[in-house]
Design a protein around this ligand. Structure first.
Ligand code: URA
Length: 245
């Protein structure tokens, strides 16, 4: 099967078709050793395509994107009261993707987007025990006993949380790193509230092993096929018989 060059460049980089046309006209695309200026050129499966000298590849059929969500954007497709949404950060042609779960308006960090509904459902379902890592600045340090209490699980809405990994990240400030596997509403804030603490700043540092790396708040990138495969390999770990329900 062949693909038009501008479609190939747009899909491989996440840029729009028009932006792909521009970089092709600017002579920044090579097929093999040859600079190609014609957006309609057919790319064969065996062709190797370069953008500014770096190889680019078509992403997997489904699109996955990682945003380092900035604070004060809400995780929804549309907000009735006109507040800024995470969708506004994405270019138009990627606004068909949906966010995988939610982060609170004031939370920053790793937010995945996709059009792969089945995998997104698994990422969010508690039975898959997908790890989410957070870094939280709270108002006052925790005592040893409070840390132990959180590790064993605290009651939120009458239901005990699954065991939580927590460690003090910085000696000088009350900053804690947590690993959770459930994904309940306002979970981190309510865990700290259960021991009388307030979260002053919250960042999700990883979701199912995917981290933001060098992305600054408000920046995004497509996931690599390596990241998608590694995420999916974590999701097939539990089969129906040994899932927690
Ligand atoms: N827990 C919270 O309290 N807020 C988030 O945004 C995510 C997890």
């Amino acid at each position: 099967m062949t693909t038009r060059l501008n479609v190939f460049v747009a899909r491989a980089t996440g840029m729009s078709r028009r932006a792909a046309d521009d970089v092709i006209f600017e002579g920044r695309i090579r097929i093999g050793s040859e600079v190609v200026n014609e957006p309609g050129t057919q790319v064969e499966e065996s062709d190797i395509v370069y953008f500014d000298g770096k190889r680019i590849r078509l992403p997997a059929e489904k699109t996955w994107l990682l945003m380092n969500k900035p604070a004060y954007f809400i995780t929804t497709r549309k907000d009735e009261s006109g507040r800024k949404t995470v969708m506004e950060i994405l270019p138009k042609h990627l606004q068909r993707l949906f966010p995988v779960g939610r982060l609170d308006r004031d939370t920053e960090g790793v937010l995945l987007f996709t059009n792969d509904g089945e995998t997104a459902h698994k990422l969010l379902h508690p039975s898959f025990e997908v790890e989410r890592q957070y870094r939280a600045l709270i108002d006052k340090p925790l005592s040893y006993n409070e840390m132990e209490l959180i590790k064993r699980g605290v009651f939120i809405d009458g239901k005990k949380t699954a065991p939580i990994q927590i460690q003090h990240a910085r000696d000088s400030r009350p900053i804690y790193e947590l690993i959770l596997t459930e994904g309940r509403y306002h979970e981190v804030k309510r865990i700290f509230a259960a021991v009388g603490r307030e979260v002053l700043r919250l960042e999700r540092t990883s979701h199912c092993g995917i981290t933001a790396g060098n992305l600054k708040p408000g920046e995004w990138r497509l996931l690599t096929s390596y990241e998608i495969d590694s995420m999916k390999s974590r999701l097939v770990h539990y089969n129906d018989s040994d899932r927690r329900t």
